[in-house]
Design a protein around this ligand. Structure first.
Ligand code: NOJ
Length: 529
């Protein structure tokens, strides 16, 4: 018996950072009515899966990643009716909608945590992770992603609770079956409403060491207060993430998702692709984001190091992002300005050819780099609570739709400034129909991909050693190559080919010879052998 091909095979994903995508009611905050109005942009771009960041009621300590009700839509985002309308219109346009599930922690204002604190004998107490100890000494050396210890003292019950993010984001206790039952109910609720799947926040984090052992002490000192996320990243997280048993949670969810043909994609924020690969082994998650792909700079060797083992470990189930709301945009990583924009399109041309799901972050299709923002208007708690420490606002500035005062994003005051480096020519309106714009070239790439059926059907990739500064691969009948900042190159292809896509004029194929200028990426279809 053959298993049917899942609907997401061959799909292209797009991340909507909801607060900054499109504001329909003029309050300066993006909402679902705005998303609905802009769905045609996504359909014309060639998007199949739209992931929308959290839309639930939330006090907003971490901009929605602190959920106070898992089965409702916040009024600031338009309420449940607005989501229903997004689902209906997206489905009519042939797209699927994936919401963001935050199971690692709730808000401290969630009724579960409120009950847990105010009645330590309530069943909800054990929904969270509590430890005894003295008020001047946290139970172990675990750190928060956002700075400081991962523990906060709760004075009324004289215990510590665990939070690997803000103190307002207490960690849920996934060793308690009642928490499993709650999320089972939450998943069913949304699937029955027509939601097509979930992006799972902190998917690698749901369990921690049962004995709460210390992590190895970090070899070098990075000041936690100056760069909390940097300090967190150098710790060896032996006991506070990716623990045995965590993937089994997704095997349970798979059974719920399977009833609805729903899609589960994990934020498995681990560097080692082999570890991430375990989350997508049969009967667990459908897909997982590949973070090495969005950390690499404009460096051919680093790209090969990031991508080759990831392609092997992902076996067609990794998603390939180049930017996100948590990381610097690719345009910025690749040098910024017009050159950064060219390079990020070239990089996406490579990612779009890998087995799995290429994933755009809003604004990638415009070639945006990070916004330059005034220090006194930052909003990310990482920066606000640590004297302007490096945070995530630069990649979260609002989307640019049209030239003019609110850039078509809002008629009001945007919740986060657009950035002093934003220009009218960056907008969707200014790039639409303009030959050579990043937007039109991205559209053409995705249209070319849809037609590349032999390439999409091929599971394997062969990496080609053509030149040190060229990353090249062959998948099915397609050879894909990007010149990563080196001199113009003349390369031999395995046989005669046709140039089906180039990011820029200047590349050419003559017989089996490819001319590849600097910072250009191409797709070449090999002639039949
Ligand atoms: C990952 C999310 O992408 C990020 O924005 C958030 O702050 C943390 N998880 C905590 O939920």
């Amino acid at each position: 018996m053959t298993t049917p091909t899942p609907w997401w095979r061959g799909a292209v994903g797009y991340q909507v950072y909801l607060r900054s995508f499109a504001d329909a009611d003029g309050d300066g905050i993006g909402d679902l009515v705005g998303v609905r109005q802009r769905l045609p942009h996504l359909a014309e771009l060639g998007v199949d899966i739209v992931w929308i960041t959290p839309c639930y009621p939330s006090p907003g300590a971490d901009h929605g990643y602190d959920v106070s009700d898992y089965t409702d839509v916040a009024l600031v985002f338009g309420g449940m009716a607005a989501l229903d309308a997004v689902l209906a219109d997206a489905h009519a346009a042939g797209m699927r909608v994936v919401l963001d599930l935050v199971p690692n922690h709730s808000s401290n204002r969630h009724p579960w945590f409120q009950r847990a604190v105010h009645d330590p004998t309530s069943p909800e107490r054990d929904y969270y992770v509590w430890r005894h100890g003295s008020s001047d000494h946290p139970p172990n050396n675990w750190r928060s992603n956002f700075g400081g210890p991962a523990w906060t003292w709760e004075p009324s019950s004289e215990q510590w609770y665990l939070h690997r993010f803000l103190p307002e984001q207490p960690d849920l206790n996934w060793r308690n079956p009642a928490v499993h039952a709650e999320f089972d109910r939450i998943l069913r609720f949304w699937f029955e409403r027509g939601v097509d799947g979930f992006r799972i926040d902190v998917a690698h984090g749901l369990l921690v060491d049962e004995q709460f052992r210390d992590n190895p002490v970090a070899p070098m000192e990075v000041d936690d207060d100056v760069d909390p996320r940097g300090a967190f990243s150098i710790i060896e997280h032996v006991h506070d993430q990716d623990q045995p048993g965590v993937v089994d949670i997704y095997r349970e969810w798979r059974r719920v998702a399977a009833d609805h043909g729903a899609f589960l994609i994990g934020e498995v924020y681990l560097d080692d692709p082999a570890k991430v690969g375990r989350y997508v082994e049969d009967d667990a998650l459908d897909a997982a984001f590949c973070f090495p792909a969005l950390h690499t700079g404009w460096d051919a060797a680093a790209m090969r190091r990031a991508l080759a083992p990831s392609v092997a470990a992902g076996r067609g189930r990794f998603a390939w992002p180049m930017s996100s709301h948590d990381d610097p945009r690719a345009g910025t990583r690749f040098g910024g300005g017009a050159r950064g924009a060219e390079r990020q399109l070239a990089y996406f041309t490579l990612l779009a050819a890998l087995p799995g799901i290429p994933f755009l972050y809003q604004g990638d299709e415009l070639g945006l780099e990070n916004a330059v923002l005034p220090a006194d208007q930052l909003a990310d708690p990482v920066s606000v609570r640590h004297h302007g420490a490096p945070g995530r606002d630069g990649s979260r500035a609002p989307m640019l739709w049209e030239p003019g005062p609110g850039f078509g994003f809002t008629t009001g005051e945007p919740w986060l400034p657009f950035g002093s480096n934003r220009r009218p020519e960056h907008t969707v309106a200014a790039q639409t129909g303009v030959e050579g714009s990043i937007l039109e070239r991205t559209r053409r790439l995705l249209a070319t991909r849809r037609e590349a059926t032999a390439m999409l059907a091929a599971d394997d990739v062969e990496w080609l050693e053509v030149a040190p500064h060229v990353v090249g691969l062959r998948r099915g009948d397609m050879v894909v190559a990007v010149n990563v900042g080196g001199p113009d190159a003349d390369l031999d292809l395995p046989r005669a080919a046709e140039l089906v896509y180039t990011t820029r004029p200047g590349a050419s194929v003559s017989g089996a010879r490819l001319r590849l200028p600097t910072d250009v990426a191409v797709w070449c279809r090999l002639a039949q052998a």
